[in-house]
Design a protein around this ligand. Structure first.
Ligand code: NAD
Length: 269
């Protein structure tokens, strides 16, 4: 089988660099193009050199058409509006679209699902790591087994992160809500401030910390009357997410158009 030709969106970003390194390190994939938003300071730079590798002969472009010409896959960890646009392009061109972008609104999610129904093969995950996807199953199980326990989800990320709670925290919340058979939207407490009154039973609370260079830490706390369970995940390196994205790209190549999760890729469903 020929090498899978990958276009990396947001090539100048933290995850863009990790994705370029993962593609270069993975047999069966080749970096077809790398692009970023127009005006980004990285336009024209060699994608390999910018990512700490030898030159790859791929200059980062802001020309979307040129970047997608000949590509079979887009790996996209950028921003919600751009991910919606790329999902539509993936549908139009019959591409695989790996979406790591977080902070999407309901309307963004609906537009991405529509693109998948229109012919794109999309894998979208708030977290591409093996460990977090395993943790989702554990959280669902624990939430179901301990119906009277209070569930709180705590996350910490670096000081450049722009959305909160993290996509992973929301996925963990969804898993807990599924375990309890409730709707997360009507059962979550995203902010507490001032005189809040006592905790309402059955809610799922979120707390967000931001600081320094933290790649991603999540803790799900199940607090009962006289004991507490804490399920933790710590990401040590962004390469983790990029390796998951590359794995998803190779998996999606053989799938029908549709919207998939990382649990589908890992066979956890
Ligand atoms: P970053 O700010 O370092 O990089 C984002 C890049 O996208 C930048 O280079 C920016 O210029 C580029 N970009 C923005 N708009 C664009 C456009 N219209 N066209 C092309 N490029 C565009 O951010 P980051 O830390 O790399 O994170 C990016 C996203 O990935 C965030 O939403 C973050 O939460 C998410 N993320 C997801 C996972 C996961 O496993 N799903 C892991 C880490 C980060």
């Amino acid at each position: 089988m020929s090498d899978l030709k990958v276009a990396v969106a947001g090539a100048g970003g933290r995850m863009g660099g990790a994705n370029i390194r993962a593609i270069a390190a993975t047999p069966g994939l080749v970096l077809q193009s790398a692009f970023d938003r127009s005006g980004a300071p990285v336009i024209g730079r060699d994608a390999g050199e910018l990512s700490g590798l030898d030159a790859l002969g791929v200059a980062i472009t802001d020309n979307l058409d040129a970047a997608l010409a000949g590509a079979e896959v887009i790996i996209d960890f950028t921003a919600p509006a751009n991910s919606v646009l790329l999902a539509r392009e993936a549908a139009r061109r019959g591409l695989v679209h790996i979406v790591g972008t977080t902070g999407c609104s309901e309307a963004d999610e609906a537009a991405i699902a529509e693109a998948a129904a229109d012919g794109a093969r999309i894998v979208k995950a708030g977290n591409f790591s093996l460990g977090v996807n395993l943790l989702l199953g554990l959280v669902r199980q624990a939430a179901a087994a301990l119906p009277g326990f209070d569930i709180e989800i705590l996350e910490m990320h670096h000081n450049k992160k722009v959305d909160a709670p993290s996509g992973t925290a929301l996925m963990l919340g969804e898993a807990a809500a599924r375990g309890r058979n409730v709707d997360l939207g009507t059962h979550s407490v995203r902010v507490r401030d001032g005189h809040t009154g006592p905790r309402q039973a059955g809610t799922i609370g979120f707390a967000t910390l931001r600081g320094g260079n933290v790649i991603g830490e999540h803790k799900v706390i199940l607090a009962g009357p006289s004991e507490r369970i804490e399920l933790n995940h710590i990401a040590d390196n962004r390469a983790l997410f990029a390796e998951g994205a590359v794995r998803a790209a190779l998996w999606a190549r053989d799938q029908r158009p549709g919207l998939y999760s990382m649990a589908d890729v890992l066979g956890f469903n």
